[in-house]
Design a protein around this ligand. Structure first.
Ligand code: NI
Length: 255
């Protein structure tokens, strides 16, 4: 059993064949899927997907790219959405200094606000961090997630991972772990304690090898599991079971 902890199956790139994609993930032994919102509309769609599919759960949140578009009413709406059935986390939230689609002070404000909201609502958090390692850790240290959380699609150094682990956070790996030039990332993945590891696709983005360049989908999380098992010299099914148990613990789901 695999727990796919981060995808965007509500994306319009799945409009034509969404139910076929769901059928394929079931064939791959994926027993739980967390669909993650990045703005209000995608959060609404994530909640809907979770209501329509037994193994789907939802996270609601505002990505740093979309932080500048939020109004006071929007934040209130997000808080209401978080009370919907099968919402198990707040996110994705965080900082993205690679694309800088929202001004950095606005990204930081939205991130801090959502970290506080998660603590108020007693929910874990899903964190996006791209080229913003120092500020991400600084804000996490200032607003420690009481229910824990995950650095999703991890792309940092061991030092960043260690600081996150010290805060009780989990580390999640996605398709880039399978890329040929991912030596440094693989070295980090070997060192993360087994009980803090999660797997994900972040589909439709970041397609793993051997399908890099195509649209990604949750069924391909198996390639991430296989790569992680290979570099940690573990049995594939054992690694799948352990990461699924970790996800169930973090998100409060019974598998
Ligand atoms: Ni994502």
């Amino acid at each position: 059993m695999i727990f796919e902890t981060h995808c965007h199956l509500d994306d319009k790139r799945f409009a034509a064949d969404r139910e076929e994609v769901v059928a394929r993930l079931r064939q791959q032994g994926i027993g739980a899927v967390l669909n993650v919102g990045y703005d209000l509309e995608s959060s609404v769609r994530s909640v809907k997907l979770a209501q329509e599919h037994a193994e789907f759960y939802a996270a609601v949140g505002v990505h740093p790219h979309d932080a500048a578009g939020m109004s006071e009413d929007g934040w209130e709406h997000l808080e209401q959405l978080a009370a919907s059935p099968k919402v198990v986390a707040l996110g994705e939230m965080g900082l993205d200094y690679y694309r800088d689609l929202s001004p950095r002070p606005v990204q930081q404000q939205a991130f801090a606000f959502q970290l506080e909201l998660a603590n108020k609502l007693n929910l874990p958090v899903i964190i996006h961090n791209r080229d913003a390692h120092q500020d991400t850790i600084r804000l996490l240290q200032a607003h420690v997630p009481a229910r824990g959380g995950v650095l999703h699609c991890f792309s940092g150094s061991w030092e960043t991972a260690r600081l996150a682990l010290d805060l009780g956070l989990y580390i999640s790996f996605a398709g880039p772990l399978t890329y040929r030039n991912a030596v440094n990332l693989q070295q980090v993945a070997v060192r993360v304690p087994l009980d803090r590891l999660l797997v994900e696709t972040d589909s439709p983005y970041l397609t793993p090898e051997p399908w890099r360049g195509r649209r990604n989908e949750p069924a391909y999380v198996r390639y991430v599991v296989e790569k992680l098992a290979e570099i940690r010299s573990m049995d594939v099914e054992e690694l799948a079971a352990q990461t699924a148990a970790n996800g169930a613990r973090l998100f409060g789901i019974e598998l």
